[in-house]
Design a protein. Structure first.
Length: 470
């Protein structure tokens, strides 16, 4: 707004007035912009900058799943942001609270959204109990702004504020995270998204009507506890998108026929094959920039490896409530899915009563599979995220973790991100129970003559000599 004000004075032709206005605004503005805080884990409405759109044309702002975009202020032609690294309490799902470290009240931190060519100044205040830095993953910038503590800059001490400044030189999908005690700080939830929109029509960047973004992250929160174990390398039990787990993850909403972009970054310690039902998408960009058209092919699952970012784009041309999830089945499970012995096929009859005399809490789990866990109202330690949760219109969805839905509706208004509710299927278009008793017997051709002379299948397994016994 400052810019618009100055420009108006300038075009009025009164140079003296312009100088006066500039000096007044410099005095009126505090040295460091306000650190805007967010208290809610709900998905915030897309943030449209007031008055000006920076260096570029108007853009369609991104929507951060269960997150928000950090407002900036314009000062002397520079977009100024203020990030505060601090302990936060994140609601990962309704009623499930985890002590994390994050930025400006939440983990992940707010999304930084700018336009190619923008000059950006980012103040970072450290309210953590230890030093930190911020690395701006994927950005072209001066070496001294890259944020690797010890290599590019001194660490930001506790209680101090550092300032980073550079030009957002290339459009695309980026993220930010500490490059100081990374194992701890990222395991505690410190990370955020960054989107740079192109300043003019870019040959490899389509205009989209919906632009979603989220980070993949993972935590190890022991059932009944509230603080993640930071030394866990791979056996995390909470698999999250933007520090939220299903059913706490907002659905992605689109109007029928809209072009949708989903930007995903991975800051866990393992890869995540992201799968969307109902449509085919293309990977149109990475954290290295937009992909050449010749390199794009249709997919329904794409792997997002550790430290990578992917832009998925599709036309939302099939109405419905489509599942969207990580395809690693353990990553759509909550905390109780690990370290439980497989009980499938084990007959517990006659065992429960004697066991309960010795162990009053003993209960049978999973002798027919684990689906019971989705329905069971088992008593869990306080503040424990159950293994499977979330109920759809037809019963438990048996998912928890990296799972949400893509809701495509003909009647959804342009720019309306509200949840349209449950999809009403046209009659006759849903899988249904058939009464097999009354179904006509299928006729099948007689088996070929040779098969009747073949003896029943049998095989002798011989282990190679010297093989290990398992
Ligand atoms: Cu996964």
């Amino acid at each position: 707004m400052t810019n618009a004000l100055n420009r108006r004075h300038f075009f009025a032709g009164a140079a003296a007035t312009a100088v006066a206005a500039a000096s007044v605004s410099r005095v009126a503005l505090a040295a460091i912009p306000e650190a805007v805080q967010q208290t809610s884990a709900d998905t915030a409405a897309p943030w449209t900058p007031p008055g000006v759109t920076g260096a570029g044309r108007p853009y369609n702002p991104v929507v951060t799943l269960n997150g928000w975009t950090l407002p900036w202020r314009m000062k002397d032609g520079v977009k100024e942001f203020h990030l505060v690294a601090e302990p936060v309490v994140r609601e990962m799902a309704p009623g499930f609270l985890v002590n994390m470290w994050g930025y400006n009240g939440q983990s992940p931190g707010p999304t930084i959204e700018v336009v190619e060519g923008d000059r950006v100044r980012l103040y970072v205040t450290n309210r953590l109990p230890e030093h930190t830095t911020i690395h701006w993953h994927g950005q072209r910038l001066p070496n001294g702004m890259d944020g690797v503590g010890g290599l590019n800059q001194p660490q930001i001490p506790v209680g101090k504020t550092f300032v980073y400044e550079f030009t957002a030189r290339r459009p695309g999908t980026f993220m930010y995270h500490p490059h100081a005690d990374e194992m701890t700080q990222m395991a505690m939830g410190m990370m955020g998204f960054w989107v740079t929109h192109p300043k003019q029509k870019h040959p490899l960047i389509e205009d989209v009507q919906r632009d979603y973004c989220f980070l993949l992250n993972a935590f190890d929160v022991e059932p009944g506890s509230r603080t993640p174990q930071v030394n866990t390398m791979l056996d995390q039990n909470i698999w999250a998108w933007n520090s939220r787990v299903f059913p706490g993850i907002t659905p992605l909403v689109a109007r029928l026929g809209e072009r949708v972009r989903v930007r995903v970054g991975n800051l866990t310690m393992t890869n995540h094959p992201i799968h969307i039902h109902g449509i085919e998408f293309e990977v149109t960009g990475t954290d290295g920039g937009p992909t050449p058209r010749g390199s794009r092919w249709p997919e329904v699952t794409t792997d997002v490896a550790v430290g990578q970012m992917r832009q998925l784009e599709f036309i939302a041309d099939e109405p419905g409530d489509w599942a969207m999830h990580c395809h690693k089945s353990h990553h759509t499970m909550g905390a109780m899915g690990h370290g439980v012995p497989t009980m499938i096929g084990v007959d517990h009859s006659g065992l429960v009563k004697p066991m309960q005399r010795a162990v009053p809490d003993y209960m049978v789990m999973g002798e027919r599979g684990m689906a019971d866990m989705g329905e069971m109202q088992m008593e869990l330690p306080a503040n424990t995220f159950p293994m499977m949760t979330g109920t759809g219109p037809y019963g438990p969805i048996e998912m928890g973790g990296m799972f949400t839905t893509l809701k495509v509706r003909a009647e959804q208004k342009t720019g309306d991100y509200s949840d349209p509710g449950v999809y009403k299927m046209p009659p006759g278009t849903q899988a249904r129970l058939v009464e097999t008793g009354s179904a006509p017997t299928a006729t099948r051709p007689a088996p070929a003559a040779t098969s009747t002379t073949t003896p029943p299948t049998s095989a002798t397994v011989r282990k190679p000599a010297g093989g290990h016994q398992h």
